[in-house]
Ligand binder design. Structure first.
Ligand code: ATP
Ligand code: MG
Length: 414
């Protein structure tokens, strides 16, 4: 893509109304734009990142048997009254129509998916079933000061599992936890799995996936020796204490951001919606449900919190909006022609390249924008590189610069 064609460009300075690094950098570099607190537009560069994250999530959910759907965001009040959530969920956005009717904006989708699946699955042969979607959620959050980490409208992948046996459910629950860790790993993040209580509606154990970052809104205790980790809010153990799991390490306190979680819902929702089938032995069974969330837009922010330096973002390759930032400097016409050749050749080879083809912008600003936007590679074409028949290549997070031919560069990036 040509940078001149992207309408949303970098800004000279970071926005003064943002407190967090993720929002400052994402806004300044032209990835997102704030409409109001907790509500952001995704601009061409930001959308490419979000779509890459969504595709990683999609691949991993498909790999464990998930079927993708897209559910409505606007819900009838009756479904929310049936589960008690109309009264008990404080973040639920309630809408009054001019007809006097009430509606809810989806903050999660148990209230929609359960009656939906009930309408199609009336035999034990329909189970197990795993359904997910990637969609915007709406929540009346009191504080929305953490940039894209906490939105009032935000992206989430939510999956719902339906099993007729506890054993089947337990097996899938474990499988989903592993798939989650693969998602974070592919996004360049290390997530710790914390045990937590199952939210307001059950005594069951749920698991949260936490990435250590000062920008997060959770405090956790983790063992420096093993994988043990708990949310401080509910923990019976104390900071500095001996790990109850391995008995060796001490528990350290850290700030973290919750990038996903999995809940055992039991039969709460299937009972609320009177959803039962006859199992293999002809006995009435209420499907055991689980729900599995990943904050896709929160992930964009957490990645920026982890991957940046003084000059801008340093995207991990798997989620970078483009692989390389191509700049031509000096002797506009000649280097422009050469850069266009390289741009076309790379594009033809399937390499995603952003060509800063702006004519009246100086080299200094192009280099600064390249660092701010933070693509994995910077490619420079100058009269000297043309003379040598080479391209100047620099990795975003490294200092050293090397000269290589087009073919050598292709080989380097595999
Ligand atoms: P939190 O404790 O951060 O409010 P939650 O327990 O309410 O999260 P869920 O309802 O289970 O979270 O939502 C699933 C995932 O969606 C979370 O793990 C998180 O990654 C993301 N998420 C939740 N609320 C928000 C929000 N307001 N903005 C952005 N992402 C969110
Ligand atoms: Mg919440």
């Amino acid at each position: 893509m040509r940078y001149s064609a992207i309408f949303a460009k970098t800004r000279k300075t970071a926005p003064s109304d943002e407190a967090t690094i993720n929002a400052k950098l994402l806004v300044q570099a032209g990835f997102v734009n704030k409409l109001m607190a907790g509500v952001y537009s995704y601009l061409p560069l930001g959308l490419r990142v979000l779509l890459k994250i969504e595709n990683i999530v999609r691949e991993e959910m498909n790999a464990i048997g998930g079927q993708e759907v897209l559910l409505p965001a606007l819900h009838p009040v009756a479904n929310w009254k049936k589960t008690g959530a109309w009264e008990s969920v404080d973040v639920l956005f309630k809408i009054k129509s001019r007809t006097g009717k009430d509606y809810a904006l989806g903050q999660s989708h148990e209230e929609v998916i359960t009656p939906l699946v009930r309408g199609y699955c009336d035999s034990y042969k329909n189970f197990p079933l795993f359904v997910y979607q990637i969609q915007n959620k709406f929540r009346d959050e009191l504080r929305a000061k953490s940039g894209v980490l906490r939105g009032r409208e935000f992206g989430m992948k939510d999956m719902y599992s339906f099993n007729l046996t506890q054993k089947g459910f337990d097996k899938f629950y474990e499988k989903a936890k592993k798939a989650y860790l693969r998602v974070y790993d592919r996004c360049g993040l290390t997530a710790k799995v914390t045990e937590a209580s199952g939210g307001g509606f059950s005594e069951k154990i749920s698991y949260e996936f936490m990435v250590l970052t000062e920008a997060g809104e959770d405090d956790i205790l983790y063992c420096e020796n093993c994988d043990y980790c708990v949310n401080l809010e509910i923990a019976k153990v104390k900071k500095g204490g001996v790990c109850p799991a391995c008995g060796k390490g001490n528990l350290k306190k850290a700030r973290a951001s919750e990038v996903g979680n999995v809940f055992d819902l039991g039969d709460k929702y299937s009972k609320d919606f009177n959803f039962s089938v006859l199992d293999k032995r002809g006995q009435k069974a209420y499907p055991i449900m689980g729900c599995y969330g990943i904050g896709t837009t929160r992930l964009v922010g957490v990645i920026v919190e982890k991957y940046h330096d003084d000059m801008g973002i340093t995207w991990p390759e798997a989620v970078a909006p483009f692989k390389a930032y191509l700049i031509n400097i000096g002797d506009g016409e000649k280097t422009g022609i050469e850069a266009e050749k390289i741009y076309n050749a790379l594009t033809e080879k399937g390499v995603e390249v952003l060509w800063d083809d702006r004519i009246k912008v100086g080299a200094g600003q192009k280099f600064a924008d390249s660092d701010l936007i933070g693509l994995p590679y910077r490619l420079v074409i100058s009269p000297e590189t043309i003379q040598k028949g080479k391209i100047e290549v620099k990795k975003r997070e490294q200092k050293e610069i090397s000269l290589m031919t087009f073919t050598e560069f292709l080989k380097k990036i595999g």
